[in-house]
Design a protein around this ligand. Structure first.
Ligand code: ARG
Length: 564
């Protein structure tokens, strides 16, 4: 039986005024272990009982008593503090072990979560700004999957719009098929930038671009073939980066996918009496929501970003019947999402509140040194490669005989960047500094991976030693070991919290805590000792920590090499 539940039962026997759910929600885990393993604060009960909170605490204390599982109950101020029977607690956590802690949960069984993330714009570079949506989205995908949900990862590519008209004009004037095939996106950007420079001097180019886009919209074959080709060139490069990050999508249905699906949606918004015409444009006013209106079509009838998003949401609801549809973008799109979510609501869809925008802060570089060739744009691939190079250097210095050097350099170099990105609350801006990212001692990916490798190495060493199935859990009740076990026990609830708050950083912080506690345990307790019982018991801790670190890193998209 779960310890928290035991405490809830104890308390509910003494407080008939609260439901077990209410009691459970009030139970805290003291950060200072001297204050017990669980604590029940009585402040909120003052109103119910019309008594001072510390009086209530001592009344409760009178009514409950220690048991086999709870070895001590202390009233400290307004708190009832519980000290568990350590041996029983350790046994409960470790005998179920990583099978229990790391298994897929059942919270989301039969429910689908749609995640819209990464979603770069075709023919534009995949820069460091896109890193965040890609890895936050991927982490949320894995986290919900761990909770038992079916996840649908959608890359809502920005693959339609006037920029393609410009690109076609630019290609026709200055492009070379050969160069584009050879240099990919870089070449597309080159001619795209040139278009903008030239159009400033010669505005008729813009008219040409608009004309080509209109051709695209009207199904002109030549225009569509070029568009398709630009798209393939870009996708090929995006996929190279996804592969480095080990990220896959279930669907690449981008903006163009909705071209033929918007008309009925616009008609339905109109039928519901939501459209106003302003200056020829169709808009939905959101004055009652204190927001500027949501544009549905422009004066010339063309559709907008929001039109596609509204259409896509309806399509996704019909296709996936989602429990939640999550959109991961930078916070500068807050208004966009708030607006069209309201349009869905005004259309009378009761699932409007299942649409969730997950915004994140900006990334900046600490030193201008990396800010590469083209101003501020740092290509993601360049960044990942640089991190791999730097890691390879460290390996050459510290462990030149390591097998699979290249594989480890990749796992650690890329993992370092991903971890750094997910370490703080997502809404915070990320300042990127190599010293911090690759620091093996700090709160970093490499530090956690190193801890994992250390645990793996211990287990390799004992491979041929005697290991027994009987574990004497009483040997694992010292403070450092007990702390590790308590943190292990928390893992499933941390995953739940990360999903509830849509915050992968809960996992990253957790795995740093676990690593730090494990390292204290490791430095103070020799693992491979002659005493077989002690060795056995400590190895169970090592093995469980190792598995939990691996699973936790997996949830945020970081690999765990066995050696480094
Ligand atoms: N392509 C957009 C951008 O790069 C992000 C798209 C996000 N997803 C969506 N359904 N609006 O800013």
């Amino acid at each position: 039986m779960e310890f928290k539940k035991i405490i809830v039962d104890l308390l509910s026997g003494a407080i008939s005024e609260l439901s077990t759910v209410e009691i459970e929600e009030m139970i805290e885990i003291p950060s200072n272990t001297e204050m017990g393993d669980y604590a029940f604060p009585c402040f909120r009960l003052a109103k119910v009982f019309r008594k001072a909170p510390n009086m209530i605490a001592s009344d409760i204390g009178e009514k409950i008593s220690e048991s086999e599982y709870v070895s001590n109950i202390k009233i400290i101020g307004a708190y009832v503090n519980f000290y568990v029977n350590k041996e029983k607690y350790v046994k409960q956590v470790l005998s179920a072990g990583s099978d229990e802690l790391c298994k897929k949960m059942e919270d989301g069984i039969g429910k689908t979560i749609v995640l819209d993330y990464s979603s770069p714009n075709i023919a534009k570079p995949f820069h460091i700004g896109h890193l965040r949506t890609t890895i936050i989205g991927n982490a949320l995908y894995k986290i919900f999957e761990q909770l038992g949900y079916k996840c649908e990862g959608i890359n809502h590519l920005g693959d339609w719009g006037t920029q393609f008209g410009k690109l076609i004009v630019a290609y026709k004037l200055w492009g070379s098929k050969e160069d584009i095939e050879k240099n990919g996106i870089n070449e597309l950007i080159k001619i795209y930038v040139k278009f903008h420079d030239e159009a400033e001097k010669n505005p008729s180019l813009d008219d040409d671009a608009r004309a080509w886009f209109t051709k695209m919209e009207n199904g002109n074959e030549e225009a569509l073939a070029l568009w398709q080709w630009f798209k393939e060139i870009s996708l090929k490069e995006f996929k190279r980066v996804y592969k480095m990050l080990d990220i896959e999508f279930d669907s690449y249905a981008g903006e163009s996918f909705y071209n033929d699906k918007m008309e009925p949606v616009i008609a339905s918004i109109e039928d519901k009496g939501l459209i106003e015409v302003s200056d020829g444009a169709k808009i939905v006013t959101l004055e009652d929501e204190n927001m500027p209106p949501c544009l549905i079509t422009k004066k010339d009838g063309s559709t907008l970003y929001a039109t596609r998003d509204i259409t896509a949401a309806i399509y996704r609801k019909e296709t996936y019947d989602f429990e939640k549809c999550i959109y991961v973008t930078a916070f500068d799109q807050n208004l966009h999402f708030a607006q069209w979510f309201k349009v869905i609501k005004k259309m009378g869809f009761d699932w409007a509140d299942k649409l969730v925008h997950v915004p994140y802060g900006l990334v900046s570089m600490e030193s201008g040194k990396l800010s590469s060739r083209k101003g501020k744009v740092i290509y993601l691939e360049e960044l990942l490669n640089e991190s791999i190079d730097k890691t390879r250097q460290v390996i050459e210095d510290k462990n030149p005989d390591l097998e699979n050097k290249e594989e480890v350099a990749k796992a650690v170099g890329i993992g370092a960047i991903v971890f750094n990105d997910l370490y703080n609350n997502r809404i915070k801006d990320v300042v990127f500094s190599w010293d911090k990212v690759l620091n093996f001692e700090g709160e970093t990916g490499p530090y956690v991976q190193y801890t994992y490798a250390r645990a793996s190495s211990v287990l390799r060493k004992v491979k041929d030693m005697e290991v027994s199935a009987d574990v004497d859990y009483a040997l694992l009740t010292d403070d450092l070991t007990f702390q590790v076990v308590k943190t292990l026990q928390r893992f499933p609830s941390v995953i739940r919290l990360a999903a509830e708050k849509l915050e992968p950083s809960f996992i990253s912080r957790y795995v740093v805590d676990l690593s730090q506690e494990f390292n204290s345990f490791y430095h103070n307790n020799k693992i491979i000792v002659d005493d077989v019982a002690l060795r056995n018991a400590r190895l169970v801790v090592v093995k469980t920590v190792k598995d939990v670190i691996e699973t936790a890193l997996g949830l945020i998209g970081v690999k765990a090499p066995e050696k480094m």
